[in-house]
Write a protein that binds this ligand. Structure first.
Ligand SMILES: *[C@@H]1O[C@H](CO)[C@@H](O)[C@H](O)[C@H]1NC(C)=O
Ligand SMILES: *[C@@H]1O[C@H](CO)[C@@H](O)[C@H](O)[C@H]1NC(C)=O
Ligand SMILES: *[C@@H]1O[C@H](CO)[C@@H](O)[C@H](O)[C@H]1NC(C)=O
Ligand SMILES: *[C@@H]1O[C@H](CO)[C@@H](O)[C@H](O)[C@H]1NC(C)=O
Ligand SMILES: *[C@@H]1O[C@H](CO)[C@@H](O)[C@H](O)[C@H]1NC(C)=O
Ligand SMILES: *[C@@H]1O[C@H](CO)[C@@H](O)[C@H](O)[C@H]1NC(C)=O
Ligand SMILES: *[C@@H]1O[C@H](CO)[C@@H](O)[C@H](O)[C@H]1NC(C)=O
Ligand SMILES: *[C@@H]1O[C@H](CO)[C@@H](O)[C@H](O)[C@H]1NC(C)=O
Ligand SMILES: *[C@@H]1O[C@H](CO)[C@@H](O)[C@H](O)[C@H]1NC(C)=O
Ligand SMILES: *[C@@H]1O[C@H](CO)[C@@H](O)[C@H](O)[C@H]1NC(C)=O
Ligand SMILES: *[C@@H]1O[C@H](CO)[C@@H](O)[C@H](O)[C@H]1NC(C)=O
Ligand SMILES: *[C@@H]1O[C@H](CO)[C@@H](O)[C@H](O)[C@H]1NC(C)=O
Length: 775
């Protein structure tokens, strides 16, 4: 009855690089129904089964979906199962005389040999490094097996044992203990005298001075002293002695690496995880004379692991059509189950597009997908609700899930469900169907998305197999859209300022963003994973004379199916030109109200990048001879420089072209000055202060609605060059200085009416700044 045919297992050898990969034909086995199938691979090399194909034939019905057998065997060194409809997941019907042909590979991953440490060590004590090698030969990977990850070459410490220095010295010899890259530990220090030297030396006085020398030299890198009574604090060099000798032993203790720990568990079971190992630096010390002994190299090592891509679930479905009539109704109390293994633990990723059950009771049923958090806790990441009516009972019932309600699943997720206690889902005694029995936890109450369940607090059973099936659709990668133009930002943005948001589009609704990596080395920007936006990490570089800087950042997103999406973003930062506030585009001056050197207008110039600004006037008409511009910190003053000349023009108009330059950019703006005599009898505010060293005169000629203009002059005669204080003092005095008082705390607002042009600074452009009164 039992007919196992081993069709082929011929070994071919293909030479690849320095070693040979055994090329094995797949193993093919043949079984008949009700027989136990045993698929085996070599245990010695930890080989694992990978099912290639099956051919399950019962009369004219042929089933070749491998999933059922894969579920039982894949990844195992050996597996056994009863050849039946149920285990194979076919719908060819039970109780036939079916045959099963299985084709599988034994996959052997490569393993490292021990390190070959035959290279000589450069030192005999104190530690050095030597080159070591290893090969991926223990075992060699076979076809389909993964090569070893990690380096075949390394440098490892050798002869790290301490060096011992042993010697003696005569009276008054200077001694220099020197323990480069280590520290001294005194092991012996004896100060002794003998009546004879050389061969006849026998000490007659002997002092153990180890305590004193330890206090003096231990934990130091170098220790310098002279061998004499004074140093050792004992009298030894007596009249009777011919020879006085200091005998000593000290050890240089150097830092050295301890052995590596073993590699940590891989952070992922597929899709490229990371594992790390550590080693300790032994004998690290900050020596008392200010040196540091330290190990060279890195105390942590890491490598990538499980680099295979995670499999997608491809529309898989289990078929248990033969067992419908045997299904039992659960009569235990509680509202549902979490299923921990068997077909209920997902080994692939995708989205659930259909649920299938054979209901034994009516009511509302909610399916759950739970994801492991930590400490045996599970978080509900999605749910689908269905309704069972009387006509659905005891029939295989499929429920399609609409696109937007499909739950995204990933490896390690488990399935669960709950109802209102009416126990809708039927089950079979697990043992009767000879399956791997799943562990199930009885839920006490309903579970909502986001709820975290501690399975340890739940009752468990492992004697039943519930009829719950699912089929899946693919999880599609996330995408994110970025503007086609480079992002442009001013270079004075504060730390944490937002640079841009990154809109993420997830076609699968329920996908979660598994990982976001802004290349962490990025000096100037970081990514806020919650807000999904790029922010300034560090003050942006600013080079005077250089208008723009360009940065590239790379964003990488990974979704729950380990799909990657990444993009390069180019950010350009530009120098912000000086900003001017408190400026007007037209001024009217009454020459008769001006005195020599009088200032008639003040405005504030600020640079967003906090640079020094210089302002000046460009030649336009006669204005350059007539007017002057002075700067004091951020305040700029316009004054009449040729008073007598201006008095001759009782009615004329000048256009002043003023530029302010921060060394990189120039802001240019224009001002029209009208010279008019105050012929209208408008009240003139002349305010003079009683402060002896400061006279502020404001002349305002206000033209009301009926009159033409508002003329407001500031005449600031500031003795002792205290112009810096003038605006402040004026405002402190509450003067009506609409035009001249400028609130220094106010934000500089860009001109609306004034033409403001930014031009690029020419190299070596000389800026003529009117003399500023420096006190
Ligand atoms: C396999 O299962 C069938 C039906 O469930 C049973 O009759 C048969 O004895 C089983 N075979 C073995 C070897 O256990
Ligand atoms: C499957 O097996 C049947 C019976 O052994 C055989 O007739 C058929 O050709 C096989 N099909 C394939 C695709 O191997
Ligand atoms: C299964 O059989 C069908 C029809 O015989 C064939 O089209 C399909 O490629 C086969 N699938 C596999 C995985 O062998
Ligand atoms: C199958 O593999 C398991 C370990 O995975 C081992 O304990 C067992 O003895 C193996 N059985 C056979 C028949 O090789
Ligand atoms: C190890 O080998 C490399 C390359 O052959 C060499 O540059 C290096 O100096 C060697 N290191 C030691 C400790 O010998
Ligand atoms: C100790 O020895 C090293 C090299 O052997 C030398 O560079 C250093 O100057 C010495 N230090 C003292 C304090 O003698
Ligand atoms: C040397 O350093 C070690 C560790 O820091 C300390 O335990 C020991 O007391 C020190 N010895 C002396 C003599 O300072
Ligand atoms: C040595 O001193 C530095 C600076 O104080 C400290 O950071 C370091 O941890 C110390 N190392 C040891 C081994 O004590
Ligand atoms: C040590 O290795 C870790 C992980 O590989 C790395 O993050 C770290 O920057 C390395 N440190 C040094 C000092 O090379
Ligand atoms: C279950 O399988 C075992 C062999 O693994 C067999 O001895 C036993 O009879 C089977 N039980 C049933 C009910 O099929
Ligand atoms: C600097 O940036 C500004 C503003 O984005 C842009 O208009 C200009 O073309 C850039 N200049 C250079 C040289 O990149
Ligand atoms: C981003 O830039 C790096 C190097 O500049 C390049 O290797 C990588 O392919 C780019 N990635 C994308 C998504 O453009």
């Amino acid at each position: 009855m039992k007919s196992v045919r081993l069709i082929a297992s011929a070994l071919l050898l293909v030479t690849v690089g320095s070693y040979s990969i055994p090329f094995a034909d797949p193993i093919v086995k043949m079984y008949t129904e009700s027989e136990m199938a045993h698929l085996t691979c070599s245990e010695q090399f930890d080989e694992h089964i990978e099912i290639l194909s099956i051919n399950y034939t019962n009369g004219i019905c042929i089933h070749n979906e491998t999933f059922g057998v894969k579920n039982i065997c894949n990844g195992k060194t050996n597996c056994s199962f009863n050849v039946s409809n149920i285990n194979i997941g076919s719908s060819c019907g039970a109780k036939g005389s079916a045959t099963l042909q299985v084709e599988y590979d034994c996959i052997r991953n490569g393993g490292w040999s021990d390190w070959n440490t035959s290279a000589s060590c450069q030192v005999t004590c104190g530690g050095a490094f030597r080159n070591v090698t290893r090969t991926c030969s223990n075992p060699y990977p076979n076809e389909g097996g993964s090569a070893c990850t990690g380096n075949a070459f390394d440098e490892q410490p050798c002869n790290t044992n301490n060096c011992i220095d042993q010697d003696s010295a005569c009276l008054d010899t200077p001694i220099n203990w020197n323990c480069t890259n280590g520290y001294i530990e005194v092991n012996k220090a004896v100060w002794e005298a003998s009546r004879l030297c050389n061969d006849g030396y026998t000490s007659f006085i002997s002092h153990n001075v180890i305590k004193r020398m330890q206090t003096r030299c231990n934990n130091r890198t170098t220790c310098l002293f002279t061998a004499n009574d004074h140093t050792f604090g004992v009298s030894c060099s007596t009249l009777n002695s011919r020879c006085t000798i200091f005998e000593y032993v000290y050890t240089c203790i150097k830092a050295a690496w301890d052995d590596w720990s073993s590699w940590s568990e891989c952070t992922k079971s597929c899709g490229s995880g990371i594992q790390t190992r550590k080693r300790q630096c032994l004998n690290q010390m900050n020596t008392t004379d200010g040196h540091t002994t330290d190990c060279e190299g890195n105390g942590t090592g890491s490598r990538s692991c499980n680099t295979d891509l995670c499999p997608y679930c491809h529309d898989n479905k289990f078929q248990y059509t033969s067992i419908q009539s045997d299904l039992k109704a659960d009569n235990s109390s509680g509202s549902g189950y979490l299923m921990l293994n068997g077909i209920y633990t997902l080994t692939c990723c995708g989205r659930i597009k259909m649920w299938e059950i054979i209901p034994v009771n009516t009511g509302r049923l909610t399916f759950l997908i739970m994801r492991k958090t930590s400490n045996n806790k599970y978080k509900c990441v999605g749910s689908n609700q269905i309704k069972i009516s009387a006509k659905d009972l005891r029939k295989s019932k499929q429920f399609n899930v609409s696109e937007d309600k499909r739950i995204v699943i990933t490896q390690g997720d488990i399935i669960g469900w709950f109802d209102s206690g009416n126990n809708i889902v039927g089950f079979l005694d697990c043992l009767s169907i000879n399956q791997t029995c799943p562990l199930s936890y009885r839920l006490n109450s309903n579970v909502g998305e986001g709820d975290i369940i501690d399975t340890e607090s739940l009752r468990s059973t492992s004697d039943r197999s519930y009829y719950v099936e699912y089929s899946t659709s693919e999880n599609r990668p996330i995408t994110f859209y970025l503007p086609s133009k480079p992002i442009t930002i001013p270079d004075h943005l504060n730390i944490d300022s937002i640079v841009m948001t990154v809109p993420i589009y997830d076609p699968d609704y329920g996908d979660y963003i598994h990982d976001v990596k802004l290349d962490y080395d990025n000096e100037y920007f970081y990514f806020d994973t919650k807000l999904r936006s790029v922010h300034v990490k560090k003050t942006l570089p600013h080079v005077v004379g250089q208008r723009n800087s360009t940065f590239n950042i790379v964003l990488t997103f990974e979704d729950s199916c380990f799909n990657f999406a990444s993009a390069n973003i180019t950010i350009t930062s530009f120098n912000a030109p000086p900003e001017v506030s408190g400026f007007t585009d037209e001024l009217i001056i009454d020459p008769s109200k001006l005195s020599n050197d009088s200032r008639f207008h003040i405005f504030i110039v600020q640079d967003p990048s906090d640079e020094n600004i210089s302002c000046g006037m460009k030649s336009a008409s006669h204005s350059i001879e007539m007017f002057g511009l002075e700067m004091k910190d951020n305040d700029a003053y316009l004054r009449v420089s040729n008073h007598s000349a201006i008095s001759n023009y009782s009615s004329s108009e000048y256009e002043l072209v003023i530029f302010c330059d921060d060394g990189t950019d120039e802001t240019i703006f224009k001002l029209t000055v009208l010279i008019r005599s105050a012929e209208n009898d408008q009240p003139i505010d002349i305010i003079s202060t009683d402060k002896t060293d400061l006279h502020v005169v404001i002349i305002g000629v206000c033209a009301s609605v009926s009159v033409l203009f508002v003329i407001l002059f500031i005449l600031a005669l500031i003795r002792n060059c205290q112009s810096q204080h003038s605006t402040k003092e004026k405002s402190e005095r509450g003067l009506n200085t609409d035009l001249s008082t400028i609130d220094k705390t106010a934000k500089p607002n860009p001109y609306i009416e004034m033409e403001q042009v930014v031009v690029q600074q020419k190299a070596n452009a000389s800026v003529e700044t009117p003399a500023v009164c420096n006190h």
